[in-house]
Design a protein around this ligand. Structure first.
Ligand code: EPU
Length: 421
């Protein structure tokens, strides 16, 4: 038996939905918290499987994790032990790699399995490793595990060949206790990086420039516990705005920082989506006759690769030909194969896809081949005639907090079922 999500399409949505804390900030904030010497309280934790996996990893490290309320964790690393992380759970998610930077920073040693996560084509971690080496660490890969050790970490100037989110955060974490100054040049500028730097600074770190392409970290000797509230999830927010553009009669998406969504919002305007952008919400009305648009994914503040997949589902309904170009993960087009099964007219080329619309979508059996493909299948399922059955729902549950509950409250016909293998 396995679990599937089923959606009966064609129902217009109405009402309000509140966006949860940012997944890609949360999965870095939790490992960052272990750098403290006292309890760190984090609120706004989304209900996602990646948090459960990270909590399990922390328990292996003898970190006390207390769920005070549904979205509220206390992480107490006071009695932490730096054990080898060679359990399979490390391979369940990409973000387990943040324990590399955190444990190296705190203990000067980490041994862990290769991180997992969505397959979006090759996802090397060479820039993380180069960063650790620049700080004085030796890195060996043996028997499926990384062993990263340093007698002493010393601040260094590190230039990232690609502005990588993961490498920027991992190097920040490894450098907080290093002696002297570390400078990360061509750093990534995603809002999640600012959130992690904010937490570390509240703990007592000295990080400047997060959110720009040059980040400076002056090493400190001790970090304390603190309180932190996670920023809203701009990708969940964007997904719900796309859902609204597809199917809303009238929807309000709350707990948003609209500036984080500039690239998406301007593309949706260009498509003719009727929106009102508030201080911390976006209101969407029924919009007919959507126009095609071209998008190219770029690092923040460009168009987010994580929103490329759900937007592709909406573009099947736009009049004309849209071109979706990937520059971050050039193989991130598996969702197109699933959309084609539902009746979409899409040509996938090398690094880009051409979507011709509008086309009718028919409820079908499709797979959430990765997290954001899952989001694309949900958008398509809401649009389709008949019932769509989505398999591999664990990918969706890794990153979307209670997506079925949130959509049901808006009037969607969405439910889970156990089906035969
Ligand atoms: N890259 C390298 N070497 C490295 C690191 C990255 O070549 O050492 C390349 C990657 O292959 C990719 C580009 O650099 O082509 C950017 O990758 P980045 O490191 O920025 O991505 P990431 O940190 O692995 C995070 C998010 C992804 C999101 C990307 C891009 C987390 C846990 N993951 O991944 O989120 O797509 O940034 O914004 O924060 C998702 O949420 O569905 C997801 C995949």
């Amino acid at each position: 038996m396995h679990e599937v999500i089923k959606i009966e399409g064609g129902h217009l949505l109405e009402g309000e939905v509140t966006v949860s804390g940012a997944k890609n900030a949360t999965v870095a904030l939790i490992p960052a918290a272990v750098l403290a010497n006292g309890p760190v309280t984090i609120v706004g934790i989304p209900q996602i499987a990646d948090v459960d996996s990270l909590s399990a990893i922390m328990r292996m490290l003898n970190v006390e994790v207390t769920e005070v309320a549904q979205d509220h964790l206390i992480i107490d690393p006071s009695r932490m032990k730096n054990v080898d992380l060679d359990d399979e759970i490390v391979t369940k998610l990409r973000a387990s790699y943040y324990f590399m930077g955190a444990l190296l920073g705190k203990y000067g040693r980490v041994r862990m399995k290769m991180p997992g996560g969505c397959y979006l084509g090759p996802r090397p971690i060479d820039l993380h490793i180069k960063g650790f080496e620049a700080l004085g660490a030796k890195v060996v890969y043996e028997k499926g595990c990384y062993l990263i050790e340093a007698e002493k970490l010393t601040g260094a100037k590190i230039f990232l060949d690609i502005a990588s989110v993961g490498a920027t955060i991992n190097i920040m974490m490894a450098a907080v206790y290093a002696e002297g100054r570390t400078t990360i040049e061509n750093a990534a500028k995603e809002p999640e990086i600012i959130d992690v730097a904010t937490l570390l600074n509240k703990m007592g770190a000295h990080i400047r420039g997060a959110g720009t392409n040059v980040i400076t970290i002056d090493g400190v000797n001790s970090l304390n516990g603190c309180f932190h509230e996670i920023i809203p999830d701009r990708i969940e927010a964007g997904t719900f705005i796309i859902v609204a553009a597809a199917m809303a009669k009238h929807m309000v998406i709350k707990n948003i920082i609209p500036q984080h969504l500039d690239a998406l919002l301007s593309k949706l305007k260009e498509m003719g989506v009727k929106m009102k952008i508030g201080v911390d919400y976006v209101e969407v009305e029924r919009s007919e006759g959507l126009k095609s648009v071209d998008i190219t994914t770029r690092p923040y503040p460009g168009f987010a690769t994580d929103l490329q997949q759900p937007l592709t589902a909406l573009l099947t309904q736009a009049n004309g030909e849209s071109k979706v170009q990937e520059t971050i993960y050039i193989e991130r087009f598996k969702h197109c194969m699933e959309l084609i099964k539902m009746g979409a007219d899409i040509d996938v080329m090398s690094g880009y896809a051409i979507i011709k619309g509008p086309t009718r979508l028919d409820g079908s059996k499709v797979a959430a081949t990765d997290l954001r493909c899952g989001a694309a299948m949900v958008v398509a399922g809401l649009l389709a005639e008949g019932v769509t059955e989505i398999t591999n729902v664990y990918h969706i549950d890794r990153g979307y907090s209670e997506i079925d509950k949130k959509l049901s409250s808006l009037g969607a016909m969405i439910w889970r079922e156990q089906v035969e293998d």
